[in-house]
Design a protein around this ligand. Structure first.
Ligand code: LP5
Ligand code: MN
Length: 236
């Protein structure tokens, strides 16, 4: 059994090389995996499962194809693709998981998360997340036309980018307190997450925290089997 963990690919029409790199990854590296976990922000922006763009269709088809050869694929929502729903899951033949998700692997108790919930000092983001994750907001948003939704998502990207320029960098990282509390509460050995785009393996007395990297010129995957934890960067 060999597991792979990826996140923060931010697939979009603007970065075809990353999409191509992801499809190559599915056809090559992922072939030696039994399970692939996508920990959020697979897409730069997912505006609803009725998105009929070429990108959305190709990504779902390619994931589906890779599962036909025996790979099991799992998905945790990120802040960019929290609207990936049941139809997305069905068309991709993957399983949606809650955030956090707990699993045992050999003698390890592991938690998986996108990671944004550990950024507890980012009060503006927490408020924003509460709003857009409510079923009321989502129902209203999904009633709008695809074009309107695209415009709102693009405006929100501008707001986010402008806001992030004024935020202290540390606000956009996890807070040590949130991490310590999480390890203590759930008694896990290993936490795997993305979101912060700060790939690193952190060893602490409470356990290990592995942060996945984002995909741009290179891609990142954590490979996990009974022998080793291997956070790997590769050319796209
Ligand atoms: O994404 P990134 O890395 O730039 O920054 C994130 C947080 N930002 C976001 C917002 C997304 O980038 C927006 C794109 C979403 C695409 C989904 C499309 C479908 C839904 C459309 C949504 C409207 O998640 C950022 C964090 C950062 O990570 C680090 O953790 O700081 O948080 C913000 O930027 C939030 C702002 O600080 C607060 C914005 C308040 C805006 C108030 C308007 C709310 C109106 C509701 C939507 C119309
Ligand atoms: Mn994110």
């Amino acid at each position: 059994m060999k597991l792979g963990f990826i996140s923060d690919l931010h697939l979009s029409e603007n970065m075809p090389s990353v999409t191509e790199g992801f499809f190559n990854f599915l056809n090559n590296a992922a072939q030696e995996l039994s399970h692939l976990y996508i920990l959020g922000d697979l897409f730069e922006a997912w505006i609803g499962d009725d998105d009929n763009s070429e990108l959305a269709t190709n990504v779902m088809q390619n994931i589906n194809h890779s599962t036909r050869n025996g790979l099991e694929v799992f998905f945790i929502h990120g802040n960019r693709d929290f609207l990936c729903g049941r139809n997305f899951a069905k068309k991709s033949n993957l399983k949606l998981l809650p955030d956090p998700f707990f699993m045992n692997f050999y003698d390890l108790k592991i938690a998986l998360s996108h990671g944004d919930d550990f950024c507890t000092n980012d009060l503006k983001y927490i408020e924003f997340k509460k709003e857009v994750r409510s079923s009321e907001w989502q129902e209203k948003f999904l009633e709008k036309s695809l074009n309107e939704r695209l415009k709102i998502a693009s405006n929100m990207r501008d707001v986010s980018q402008a806001d992030n320029k004024n935020k202290d960098k540390s606000i956009m990282d996890v807070t040590p307190k949130a991490i310590d509390q999480f390890f203590a509460e759930h008694r896990i050995d290993l936490l795997i997450h993305g979101h912060t785009h700060r790939p690193k393996t952190h060893h602490t007395s409470a356990g290990t925290r592995i942060v996945l990297g984002d995909w741009y010129k290179t891609g990142w995957c954590l490979f996990l089997d009974d022998q080793q934890q291997d956070l790997t960067e590769f050319k796209l």
